[in-house]
Write a protein that binds this ligand. Structure first.
Ligand code: MG
Length: 301
């Protein structure tokens, strides 16, 4: 076959070693920049999102988180839990993110070392709980109460199996409002979820932010504070574009971060087993926590 029948292969330009090194560097820089632009801030709720009610992990979540991190994404937690109940979940997920949002946004912890052994309280919001505690006691005399103090200590009135009470101190009710707090948690087992929603509507909790969870759990935060307010601080600190945010959650305490993500052009994903209003507020719905909903979303990135 003569050369005239072959397609043109273009020309090859030979450059010297210095120029070649320069080209390689340029390609590396371009690739890096591309990776930075696409880096997502992935925010996971804990209960009902990465773990089931019995504290077991959602199927495939650990591997999927690892996959997301390998792809260059920042994976962090935003939970209603106190830090006391959160750090074990970081271990279970094998992550040590720069920041962790706890107590529904009232507390942000910052990682202080390389391996994630030390986290300090970096941002803390507080409020005077006197009024809300007085109101609630009037309507729910048999409820159990817990408050979290700015330094992380927790005070509670009565034991509850659902609460992790390590390092918590039992006190008389009056002592709960002796100082400013980050949060108030109220559990009234005899109340249904809807009873709780109706009650907070009726008594008008206006000076606080609240969320009703499953199993008649009322979580009260300082006014205007929710997961989104703290996440915005973290996002700014990390320098991640607002549109590069993806949040995943299942509860009413995730509504604020859903709105925040969607308003900025990011993604908000609800778990299938969550309440209707939560699924409606999200931009998309994934499988339930039992069916590995988080893994499905992260695997698809
Ligand atoms: Mg949840």
């Amino acid at each position: 076959m003569s050369e005239a029948h072959l397609p043109s292969t273009g020309s090859v330009e030979v450059v010297g070693p210095d120029a070649a090194a320069g080209l390689v560097e340029q390609v590396a820089r371009d690739t890096e920049q591309e990776a930075r632009v696409e880096q997502l801030l992935i925010v996971l709720d804990i209960d009902g999102t990465v773990i089931l009610e019995d504290e077991s992990l959602s199927p495939g979540v650990v591997d999927a988180v690892e996959h997301a991190r390998r792809s260059g994404h920042e994976v962090m937690i935003a939970t209603g839990r106190s830090w006391e109940g959160t750090h074990g979940i970081l271990d279970a997920l094998a992550i040590s993110p720069d920041y962790v949002v706890c107590s529904n946004g009232a507390v942000v912890l910052k990682r202080m070392d390389e391996d994630g052994q030390q986290y300090d309280r970096w941002h803390v919001e507080t409020f005077d709980p006197t009024e809300v505690l007085t109101l609630l006691l009037e309507h729910l005399p048999d409820a159990r109460y817990l408050v979290e103090l700015p330094d992380g200590r927790r005070l509670f009135t009565e034991h509850l199996d659902d609460w992790n009470l390590i390092n918590a101190l039992q006190v008389p009710f009056a002592e709960l409002s002796a100082q400013r707090v980050c949060r108030v948690v109220v559990v009234a087992p005899e109340q249904g979820e809807q009873d709780f929603v109706d009650l907070v509507d009726r008594i008008g909790l206006t000076q606080v932010t609240y969320a009703v969870g499953w199993t008649a759990w009322l979580d009260i935060a300082p006014q205007g504070v929710d997961k989104s307010t703290s996440l915005e601080l973290v996002r700014t600190e990390l320098g991640i574009d607002p549109a590069q945010v993806m949040v995943i959650g299942d509860g009413r305490n995730d509504l604020g971060m859903f709105r925040w993500a969607l308003e900025n052009g990011g993604r908000a994903v609800a778990m299938e087993q969550g309440p209707q209003e939560v699924r409606d507020a999200a931009g998309e719905v994934t499988a339930s926590v039992e069916a590995g909903g988080v893994a499905a979303v992260l695997r698809a990135l």
